[in-house]
Design a protein around this ligand. Structure first.
Ligand SMILES: Cc1cc2nc3c(=O)[nH]c(=O)nc-3n(C[C@H](O)[C@H](O)[C@H](O)COP(=O)(O)OP(=O)(O)OC[C@H]3O[C@@H](n4cnc5c(N)ncnc54)[C@H](O)[C@@H]3O)c2cc1C
Length: 495
């Protein structure tokens, strides 16, 4: 007799999707181990924007998720463009340079809509249109970015709260302040439980199946240095301090197969004023993602990326890393009054530096080479476009001519004072290197066979993301593979 049918390690979106799916699929005794205290529970999910990227065929398909959307956003269901499974796959392939694991990507995309409906209908997670993240006002209508339109109500805080409420209602036992430190195996190599450490010391807990949903190694400076290299060891962490790579180390120790881009990570431009670990109250308000409407210069006074390569949701996950690699891991994002109204509301968590001219502005900024910065900004203005045709709701083709790097879209001159500047650095969100799984979310070993009794989900699934990532995919991936892992674990436990 084991202590539990299924033990789930972690208590973020993926783990709680797995625990609830295990219950739904017949597992009677499900235990969730959360290393964090109750006050710090919920992993990166708590800090997230709650944005959910899903494939759907027509705007009305979103009605079951947000039945009241038209009351808040008139014309919502008509204005939202469909986002087919092919569109989703094309975006994933494009931003990952065709390196995404196509089998996993197919499962993720094929299940994205059904799983988000399951989150809403089975797990009672309220949802809303993600107006502040995905919509741009054009005239009196909103123009939506494709695919990433819905988010959990009250973002990650609401999502996490709803998952815990459902878990409690489902009779799932949650132990806070108890972290798994190792996996138990029998003589045949079948995983039979975990070794766990809590306030009372170390104990062994047995189960018929174990699901690891305990995040990546983004909060672990040593592992960041080891796998991502410098300067990632000093990156600010955008989410929980508890994702220390524990689950990955435990699984690798019993022969799990590393999968995906172990030197890769999701990181975004965030305010340089933010603390080293994110603030639980202000969650993801550190993001500084409106750079497509301005110019970024580093401490040497140089531009270093094409700020207008694409809309922010397709570049933000790689530009955080670009900023971190700049001298002092610092960049200045500069805007003028032509675009300052387009800045996301999250910019309001900082006071910008303002000035009436470029000359005055560079004197106020922390820069190593002010004359060079001024030359860069003047050269940018000379190469920039006229305002005609500026359209923040799509790639408008207003490009600079003759710069390296060019700014390919939205390249308006900085000439309408006051000018405003916000500091940015690169904040790490999560890591891409993880474990190989099969279609049942079973962990595959280095012998290319499933490790019996062991399943995983969420950030611990390797292979989906390389180099870059389409915004809103992490939570849906966590829910899709968490739901599958929970069902598979229940089938094994109760079979
Ligand atoms: C600021 C921010 C904004 C984001 N915004 C979005 C967004 O809008 N949309 C989107 O799709 N994605 C977003 N993401 C990414 C998204 O949050 C993650 O992809 C997702 O939350 C990962 O879920 P998870 O369950 O795998 O991990 P987590 O939610 O991080 O959960 C991991 C859990 O494991 C626990 N744990 C760790 N080690 C142990 C151990 N040894 N024993 C027991 N428990 C352990 C942790 O305490 C935690 O509860 C954002 C992330 C951040 C940080």
């Amino acid at each position: 007799m084991t202590d539990f049918d299924v033990i789930v390690v972690g208590a973020g979106n993926a783990a709680l999707a797995a625990a609830n799916s295990a219950r739904e699929n017949g597992a009677g005794r499900v235990l969730v181990l959360e290393k964090a205290s109750r006050e710090e529970r919920g992993g990166n999910t708590h800090f997230s924007g709650g944005l959910l990227r899903i494939a759907f065929n027509r705007g009305r398909d979103l009605e079951p998720l947000v039945p009241d959307a038209e009351a808040e956003v008139p014309g919502f269901f008509e204005d939202v463009e469909p986002y087919s499974a092919d569109d989703f796959m094309a975006d994933l392939l494009r931003v990952t340079a065709h390196k995404t694991d196509r089998d996993l990507a197919g499962i993720l995309i094929g299940n994205s809509y059904d799983t988000v409906r399951w989150m809403h209908e089975y797990a009672d997670i309220p949802m809303e249109p993600a107006v502040s993240l995905s919509a741009i006002r054009v005239g009196n209508r909103l123009k939506w970015q494709k695919g990433a339109i819905i988010r959990a109500e009250h973002e990650g805080v609401g999502l996490s709260r709803a998952w815990f409420a459902k878990s409690e209602a489902n009779g799932i036992e949650i132990r806070y302040g108890v972290g798994a430190v190792g996996l138990l195996q029998d003589q045949k190599g079948t995983v039979r439980g975990v070794r766990a450490r809590g306030g009372d010391g170390v104990e062994e807990l047995t189960a018929k199946a174990v699901v690891l949903g305990c995040g990546g190694f983004e909060a672990n400076a040593q592992m960041r240095a080891q796998y991502l290299g410098a300067p990632w060891d000093h990156a600010k962490v955008r989410g929980t301090a508890h994702n220390q790579g524990d689950g990955l180390r435990m699984a690798l120790a019993i022969g799990a197969l590393p999968w995906g881009q172990w030197s890769g990570r999701h990181s975004t431009p965030i305010s340089n004023e933010w603390p080293d670990f994110a603030d639980r109250e202000r969650t993801d308000r550190s993001n500084r993602l409106s750079y497509p409407y301005g110019v970024m210069v580093n401490r040497l006074g140089l531009r270093f990326v094409d700020e207008g390569e694409d809309v922010g949701l397709y570049t933000y996950a790689k530009y955080g890393g670009e900023i971190l690699r700049q001298p002092g891991s610092l960049a200045w994002q500069i805007f003028d009054q032509k675009t300052v109204h387009l800045l996301e509301p999250r910019y309001q968590t900082s006071q910008p530096i303002t000035a009436d001219s470029l000359e005055e502005l560079v004197e106020l900024l922390d820069l190593d080479d002010r004359p060079r910065a001024l030359r860069t900004l003047h050269e940018f203005n000379e190469a920039a476009a006229d305002d005609d045709g500026f359209d923040p709701s799509r790639k408008d083709g207003l490009s600079t001519k003759g710069l390296d790097p060019e700014k390919s879209n939205w390249a308006l001159r900085l000439d309408k004072p006051p000018l405003v500047a916000y500091s940015a650095t690169g904040g790490i969100t999560f890591t891409f290197g993880a474990l190989k799984i099969d279609e049942c979310a079973r962990v595959i070993g280095t012998d290319w066979r499933p490790i019996p009794g062991l399943f995983t989900c969420g950030e611990m699934v390797g292979g989906l993301f390389h180099i870059n990532y389409p915004g809103g995919t992490g939570l849906v991936s966590g829910a899709v593979f968490g739901r599958i892992a929970g069902a598979s674990a229940a089938a094994l436990a109760m079979g």
